[in-house]
Design a protein around this ligand. Sequence first.
Ligand SMILES: [Zn+2]
Ligand SMILES: [Zn+2]
Length: 331
Amino acid sequence: MRTAAACTRGKRKTLFLDGPRERAGDPPQNSRALIFRIPINRVNWTTSSFLIGTFVLTLTAVPLYLWHFGIDWFHLAVFAVLLAANGFSITLGYHRLFSHMTFRAKLPVRLFTLIFGAAAFENSVLMWASEHRRHHKHVDHEEDPYDITKGFFHAHIGWLLFKLLPQPPFDNVADLKKDPLVMWQHRHIHLLAVMMSFVLPTLAGFLWDGWVGALGGFLIGGVAKVVVLQHGTFLINSACHSIGRQPYSTRCSARDSFFMALFTFGEGYHNYHHEFQHDYRNGVKPWEWDPTKWLIWILSKLGLTSGLRRVPQQTIYSAQTHLRALRRAKR
Ligand SMILES: [Zn+2]
Ligand SMILES: [Zn+2]
C-alpha cells in the first residue's frame, strides 16, 4: 500500500500499513545493509514501529493496567463494540462492498464503513482495494502483495514491514476514484484513523471514570482492539491460504476453514471466495459461520443494501463435482 500523498501526488511517503516486497529483477540488496538477513534499507519504519509498538503495548501495558486497576466491564464493552464496528467495516465495507462490489449500499452504510473502517489502521479503502484486487488477480504469484508462496510470515505481516521497490502501479481502482466519499476518506485517512481508533475510546473512558478510565479506554478499546483486529485481517492472507479444505478449486492456495471464519467475521471460507469473488457470501452454505453475509442480508431487508450478488447454485455444484471427479481420477 502507498500513502494518500503518494496516490494523489505521485510522490511516495510512508504510512501506517505500507506494502513492501522485493521484485524479481530488483538490484541485489547492499550486503552492508543486511543485518541478520534483514534488509535494513527496505524497512518501513513508520509501519513497523506502529505494528510492533501496539503489539508490545498489548502484551505489557494492557496486563499491567488490568493488574493495577482491575477489569472494568465498561472497557470490555467499548472493546467489543468497536471491534465489531471496525471489523464489519473491513469485511462488509472495505472487502465485499468496495473491493468486490458484491452488493450496493445506501449512504449510511457507505459512510459508516468508511469512517469505522479507517479505525483499523489498514489504510484508506482506495489503497486497501487496490492491494486486494491485485491479490485476487495475481494470487500466489510475484505480483500478489501478500503472496503465500513467500512464506506464512511474509503473507501475514512481513509484506507490511518492508517496502516494495519499485512501487506497483496504482491502476486498478478507477471506479473508486470517481466516488467522492471514498476520495474524502482517502484524503483524511490519518486523522480519521487516530480519531476513531484512539481518541474515541479514550474520550469514552474519560467520561466514564476520569483519567484512569481514559487510560483504560486508550489501552483496551484502542491499542488492544487494533492489534486483535489487524491480526484477524492478516490471518486471512496467511492462515486462509495455508489451513483448511479446498472444496471448490485447487487453482490457488486459498482454503475454507470454519475455525478461521470464527476469527474473521466469516471470511474464513476463502477457497469459495477466491473461486467466486463476486458473491456477497463467503460461507455459501446456509449453516456456514459468516456473520458478514447475515449482516448484508439483514441490511437488505431494512432497505440499506440491495443487488446482493449470488453465484447460481448449479455453478457452485458443478465446480464441486468437477473437482471431485478430478480427485477420483488421480487416485
Ligand atoms: Zn477478496
Ligand atoms: Zn486470498
